[in-house]
Design a protein around this ligand. Structure first.
Ligand code: GTP
Ligand code: MG
Length: 193
């Protein structure tokens, strides 16, 4: 286990990723792929699971927290705004065989922009279950077009086939770190803000 010095401890950054999306779209399956490299065979409805990723020598710069949320209406009614307020990276997950799961995410995306306003945050739209080719209801183009219109990242993925499942987490982390770096550079050059 990599031991941090007290100086490093102070300078560590918190990256809080939250998975959002309708029930059964594969939020927990993607999370499990990212954390453990495994596919969840049995469906188990989530309420809220919190994971903390151990620091490694290769990744000593940030604390990574993942909040895997449940997609039920009751949970979202009670907690959606809190999940948005408390986190800075968002994995908006829909399932490519479920048009409604894509439609619902559009509203969630708007809400993130409203709540986070001028704060630094990053969003990736994830079209999961892209292995279900014959059951596809949402085209890749539709996902890309919506993401482009909002200036957010986009990727299709399959937790089952381990296709882009880990990459979607790395993409959102990288984008968030880039935004923080840009802000820092801007502040160093501009004395008025
Ligand atoms: N074919 C296919 N099935 C998947 C994939 N990802 C998840 N599933 C299946 O979809 C079902 C729901 O997956 P979960 O990961 O539990 O979904 P969730 O979004 O966490 O659901 P809630 O916790 O209820 O909000 C399970 O039966 C998974 O095995 C995928 O990439 N492809
Ligand atoms: Mg779940």
């Amino acid at each position: 286990m990599y031991e941090k010095s007290s100086e490093e401890e102070d300078s560590l950054l918190d990256i809080n990723i939250v998975t959002l999306g309708e029930t059964s779209v594969g939020k927990s399956s993607l999370t499990c792929r990212f954390l453990y490299g495994k596919f969840l065979e049995n469906y188990d409805e989530t309420i809220e699971d919190r994971y903390e990723m151990n620091q490694t020598k290769e990744n000593p710069k940030y604390h990574l927290y993942i909040y895997d949320t449940g997609g039920s209406e009751d949970l979202k009614k009670s907690y959606l705004e809190t999940w948005i307020k408390n986190n800075n990276c968002f994995l908006l997950v829909y399932s490519i065989d479920d048009a409604n799961s894509f439609k619902e995410l559009k509203a969630n995306c708007e809400l993130i922009f409203q709540i986070k306003k001028n704060k630094i945050f990053s969003i990736i739209l994830v079209g999961n279950k892209c292995d279900l080719k014959s059951e596809r209801k949402v085209t890749e183009e539709e996902g890309k077009k919506f993401a482009k219109s909002k200036g957010i990242l986009f990727s299709e993925a399959s937790a089952l086939e381990d296709f882009n499942a880990k990459d979607v987490f790395f993409m959102v982390i990288k984008d968030y770190l880039k935004k923080l770096e840009n802000k820092k550079n801007k502040n160093e050059w501009c004395s008025c803000c």
